[in-house]
Design a binder for this molecule. Structure first.
Ligand code: PLP
Length: 439
């Protein structure tokens, strides 16, 4: 009809679009080293034992009514403990305005809307690179975006100096988006000492820190340790905001359960801020979904289930981007697009995960050696130096385009290679193609 004649096709999502293109490619040579969170038909998501048990307990309670606008009070309470600490004085003093959110995306969006409404004209500083949806979220909330240096393409590590300079040069009282841990997509996090320096500088500049914590537990296997960045900012007296998600660390992707919190000056302000967060949610989705919140509060509210969860976070997840586990070698074939966290020094993994870890480390070595044998004049040291499942290769968007159009190799245009997609069978082909496009 003519109603929608002005509608143009939306641009493809840079992450999900890669898999779509891969699936559509008939070439027998095709290789997918692209996608993070997407799961194909072969990869079966793992349901954690603690989640199964929680579901068993919930079944039969038949509570189907609306949650309050701010979501499950119990879930939010337990979620805040994870971020702020079990004995947090801010929790005791009721200084945190917090609502259940539609997972991490919903928490970011609600915050962005809150920012525009009560700080109109303010900007958000976003790291380069970042999870691509961050740009969409703040754009749709009509918050102008600035970027700050984060990843150093040459060292393939943190550009600490660039970051600090940008923090220093930003106008006093700017909003910054920080990845609390397990930075997506680089896997590069500041050290504890660097976090302290960042926090001090934020203090001096009176900046606002908004932490996106989508992977608590994934950087170190210990949720408390992964909240270190946040705890440092809290110690230094910052009034921060946090987005939390249970998509990855409980494997509750589709349940859309998370939390947005804003630390306020006192209880009165927290009550006020919370009322406004709810006011933002009401005309959008009225109130958040029930089931995932019940799962989370059942797990975290029961000491036994909670310790089972902590154990599972530590050992069950080999995959950085989602909750897939693997059975031996077949994981590599079944779940090519995901991400595993283990570094070369990890020797405490259970044996099957150790096989996986060794295999990935081996693939890194083979990829690097193959490139060197082909006579590539470039340095590929970072391929073996980086940890985790992703290799942030340094390939340019144009080089990635050539890999795709000429060699049927699929990855996001930021040059991120999922090492899980690299196998003995395709590593030579991949190395050769990379060599050809980087000549
Ligand atoms: N933030 C980051 C950095 C992410 O990588 C993701 C998911 O990939 C999210 C937030 C949000 O995920 P969800 O909305 O599923 O919790």
């Amino acid at each position: 009809s003519s109603w929608w004649k002005n509608v143009e096709p939306a641009p493809k999502d840079p992450i999900l679009g890669v898999t779509e293109a891969f699936l559509a490619d008939p070439s027998p040579d095709k290789v997918n080293v692209g996608v993070g969170a997407y799961r194909d038909d072969n990869g079966k998501p793992v349901v954690l034992d603690c989640v199964r048990e929680a579901e068993r307990r919930i079944a039969g309670t038949s509570f189907m009514e609306y949650l309050p606008m701010g979501g499950s009070v119990k879930m939010v309470e337990e979620t805040l403990k994870l971020a702020y600490g079990d004995n947090s004085e801010f929790i005791k003093d009721k200084r945190i305005a917090a609502v259940q959110s539609l997972s991490g995306t919903g928490a970011c969006r609600l915050f962005a809307d809150f920012q525009t409404r009560f700080n109109p004209g303010s900007q958000i500083y976003i790291p380069v690179p970042t999870w691509s949806n961050h740009h969409n979220i703040w754009r749709d909330a009509q918050v102008p975006q600035k970027t700050y240096h984060y990843y150093h393409p040459e060292t393939k590590g943190l550009d600490f100096k660039g970051l600090m300079d940008d923090v220093k040069n930003a106008p006093e009282g700017s909003f910054f988006l920080l990845h609390a841990c397990a930075h997506n997509p680089t896997g590069v996090d500041p050290t504890e000492e660097q976090w302290r320096e960042i926090s001090q500088l934020f203090k001096a500049k009176n900046h606002f820190a908004f932490f996106d914590m989508a992977y608590q537990g994934f950087a170190s296997g210990d949720p408390a340790r992964d909240a270190k960045s946040i705890r440092i900012f809290l110690e230094d007296g910052h009034h921060i905001g946090i987005s939390q998600s249970y998509a990855k660390n409980m494997g509750l992707y589709g349940q859309r359960v998370g939390c947005l919190s804003v630390l306020c000056e006192n209880e009165k302000q927290a009550v006020t801020v919370k009322s406004q967060l709810q006011q933002l949610a009401r005309p959008m989705y009225s109130n958040p979904p029930l089931h995932g919140a019940q799962i989370v509060s059942t797990i975290l509210g029961d000491p036994e289930l909670k310790s089972l969860w902590l154990k599972e976070v530590k050992v069950t997840f080999p995959c950085f981007m989602c909750a897939h586990t693997f059975d031996g070698e077949s994981y590599l074939i079944k779940h090519v697009e995901s991400h595993v966290v283990f570094d070369n020094s990890t020797k405490e993994l259970e044996s099957d995960k150790q096989i996986m870890a060794d295999r990935i480390i081996g693939m890194r070595t083979t990829l690097r050696e193959s490139l060197e044998k082909l006579g590539s004049p470039l340095s590929w040291e970072h391929v073996t130096k980086q940890i985790g499942m992703f290799c942030y290769s340094g390939l340019t968007p144009e080089q990635v385009d050539r890999l795709t159009s000429e060699y049927h190799i699929y990855m996001t245009r930021n040059g991120r290679i999922s090492m899980a997609g690299v196998t003995t069978g395709n590593v030579g082909y991949l190395a050769n193609a990379i060599h050809e496009v980087t000549k």
